[in-house]
Design a protein around this ligand. Structure first.
Ligand code: FEO
Ligand code: CA
Ligand code: CA
Ligand code: CA
Length: 665
């Protein structure tokens, strides 16, 4: 099945040792340079970053944001257009998922009595979130970003966006800002990403719900049962993680108050308030990096949830386009979107109009993993199965309702609740899809609720003595569409890899036979090199951090079904349970090696490469985020990358080989 087989790559580097140092470690024969850090200017009019909390809020409209995350490299030709195979000059698109507020202001965020009292600080945070597009070039053997490129762009929480597709311009998206529901302001919590065959970037809104203020005790008592069910299912409750809505006085255009999702206006439909503002987040957003003035579009046909990313399946002329997606929360689902239009190569130059064709009109599916090693894609269309007005938990009204409330539709469809779906990646050799299930805990998946696709429960005891019960190290599942057809409604699956300490019980915990050369925990970023076929695995871990900082590993995977069935015996300390599952062949050190370890308290996330495979871009997110800073003495959890007493900065690094060869092989 799938595309013609290519020779498997051979890993050719010495594994990097686990490390707790405040540094980036790469293998012998490799080097890295810091390319693009929090605050770096992307326009000649903006000065160097002071990195002491004094840089003006508006200046971040032309500076790098924080928490670098999902990323993509688009080759840039001499004519200013997308050139797929250009490896010396490209547009790097990257997400700025979130912020470490402590490092952004002179003394961290100012909060008095639960209220943000310095509007400038909140405005700065608005700009620091979002996306960067930066022109990146290799000159004289060195990679740098061009500060003065006219392609450079920041998209942030103030950027106007269009709500496109079936849920746009509907009563669900009506706000005071856009009484016809066609628009919203900005994007937030952009986690992973994706791309299209026409050279645009997809940025995905993940934990947006937490930014909204909605105090259930004082929320409008007249909300319908349907509204309340939806708000609860999406977790729209609380003060808002950065307290943005608490700034007073507000501006005439509700700059701050729009984050207040409580019903405040007098209209019946929400057109004079922001009760529906949460419905305008949680989407996949398309940005055309080659058209810096183009309005980004939220593509509602791909459903609304905690979007981790959107990964393009194999592209074949005359076949639909598909994107695989995860909803990153414990017990959430894996989804697939299938376009109704079939791919025509002329659309490779279509820009956002191609997006209108392929991303606004299609079918959404959710995955069910069965205990016999097969699975089903269950369609989420209004009137199909339980996704109807007759559904007892939530009566669906129309397709816009299904898309705005995709999580409720997936519940109705009987999808399989997973151990926190993070990134996906599609193997260019055979079209098989890998999805990381980063981890879960005992409360979210007790022993009694294990299933074949989420089969482990154990105690990963830290060397510092702390118990960690559940599946704290996570796993990577993979599946192959029936007949290699991207539009298939069934697949077969197995577990490619289980995270574990090398020292853990080999029978039931360290099932993949990990050693000191490749043991890891909490897989998150996943990415297949198109040039070499290597699968890159990144970690976002808190479980194994007593032993090592987060890391990047290189893998050479086989294929679904290369291992076989087995039984895993789990224990919560009082009882045991045996679960039958399907496990891939243990890769061994030959096919799985640690390639990089990051600085203290960081997550390794976001990865991209040049088409020739000779430069690998990697994001180091939030070094030093866990330690309470001491501004007086300049003591921070990390001083990476600038060293000395500097505040730490999220940054993109670029890795090359001393001899100029391809990375990892
Ligand atoms: Fe933003 Fe799912 O990590
Ligand atoms: Ca992630
Ligand atoms: Ca994560
Ligand atoms: Ca993070």
């Amino acid at each position: 099945a799938g595309a013609p087989g290519r020779k498997l790559p051979k890993l050719a580097f010495n594994p990097v040792a686990k490390s707790l140092a405040d540094a980036v470690a790469v293998p012998e024969g490799y080097r890295y340079t810091v390319l693009y850090r929090l605050g770096d200017p992307i326009d000649g009019s903006v000065g160097e970053y002071q990195n002491d909390g004094t840089d003006p809020a508006e200046s971040f409209a032309l500076r790098a944001g924080d928490h670098h995350d999902g990323m993509h490299y688009f080759g840039l030709g001499p004519n200013g257009k997308h050139h797929k195979n250009e490896s010396e000059r490209g547009l790097l698109c990257l997400n700025h998922e979130a912020i470490t507020p402590a490092f952004l202001h002179p003394n961290g965020p100012t909060v008095v009595g639960g209220v943000r009292t310095v509007a400038e600080e909140v405005l700065r945070e608005f700009y620091v979130h979002g996306v960067s597009v930066v022109e990146t070039v290799r000159e004289g053997g060195e990679w740098r970003y061009r500060r003065d490129s006219h392609f450079n762009r920041r998209v942030h929480t103030l950027t106007e966006m269009e709500l496109s597709g079936p849920a746009g311009k509907t009563p669900y998206t009506v706000t005071k800002y856009s009484p016809d529901g066609s628009r919203t302001r900005g994007t937030v919590n952009n986690c992973a990403s994706g791309s299209t065959p026409w050279g645009t970037y997809l940025t995905c809104e993940e934990n947006w719900a937490g930014y909204f203020r909605r105090i259930t005790a004082i929320d409008n008592p007249n909300r319908s049962a349907r509204e309340l069910a939806a708000l609860a299912r999406y977790g729209v409750a609380g003060n808002g993680r950065e307290l943005w809505a608490t700034v007073t006085p507000d501006t005439p255009d509700d700059l701050y108050g729009r984050w207040n999702a409580m019903k405040l206006g007098s209209s019946a439909d929400g057109s004079d308030d922001y009760r529906n503002a949460p419905n305008t987040y949680g989407w996949v957003v398309e940005i055309d990096p080659f058209s810096p003035d183009a309005t980004p579009k939220k593509r509602t046909a791909l459903g609304r949830f905690a979007h981790e990313g959107a990964w393009l399946g194999p592209v074949r002329v005359g076949h639909p386009l598909v994107w695989y997606m995860g909803c990153d929360s414990r017990n959430e689902y894996i989804y697939k979107y299938v376009s109704n239009a079939v791919w025509h190569p002329d659309d490779a130059n279509g820009g956002m109009a191609a997006g209108d064709k392929y991303l606004d009109d299609g079918k959404l599916y959710v995955a069910r993993f069965d205990a016999d090693g097969t699975g089903r894609w269950v369609e989420l269309s209004f009137g199909v199965g339980n996704v109807s007005p007759a559904n007892p938990a939530y009566a669906f009204a129309d397709q816009a309702d299904v898309l705005v409330h995709a999580r409720l539709a997936a519940d109705a469809a009987g999808a399989t609740k997973m151990d926190r779906p993070e990134w996906g990646a599609v193997n260019p050799r055979n079209g098989e899809v890998y999805m990381s299930l980063t981890n879960t805990n005992a409360a979210s998946r007790p022993l009694s609720r294990l299933d074949a696709a989420n089969p482990r429960f154990y105690n990963d005891r830290k060397t510092t003595g702390q118990d960690q019960r559940g599946n704290p190290n996570g796993h990577i599942i993979r599946f192959a569409e029936a007949g290699g057809d991207v539009a298939a409604t069934s697949f077969k699956w197995d577990v490619f890899l289980f995270g574990a300490r090398a020292t853990a019980d080999a029978a039931n915990v360290n099932i993949s036979g990990l050693t000191d050369a490749n043991d890891f925990s909490s897989p998150d970023g996943l990415w297949f090199s198109q040039a070499t076929g290597v699968l890159w695995i990144e970690t976002d871990d808190g479980a194994y951090t007593d032993v090592t900082n987060c890391m990047l590993l290189a893998a050479v995977p086989g294929e679904v079904g290369d291992g076989g069935p087995r039984t895993i015996v789990s224990s919560d300390g009082t009882s045991t349970r045996a679960v039958d599952t399907y496990v891939g062949k243990a890769p061994g050190e030959e096919n799985l090696r640690r390639f990089l370890v990051g600085p203290k308290e960081c997550e390794i996330t976001g990865v991209a490469e040049t088409p020739d495979g000779k430069a690998l871009f990697v994001n180091i997110q939030h070094p030093g985020e866990d330690t309470r800073p001491d501004f007086a003495t300049g003591t921070f959890g990390s001083h990476w990358p600038d060293g000395g007493l500097s505040r730490p900065r999220s940054a993109t690094i670029v890795i090359t080989r001393a001899d100029g060869g391809r990375i990892g092989v």
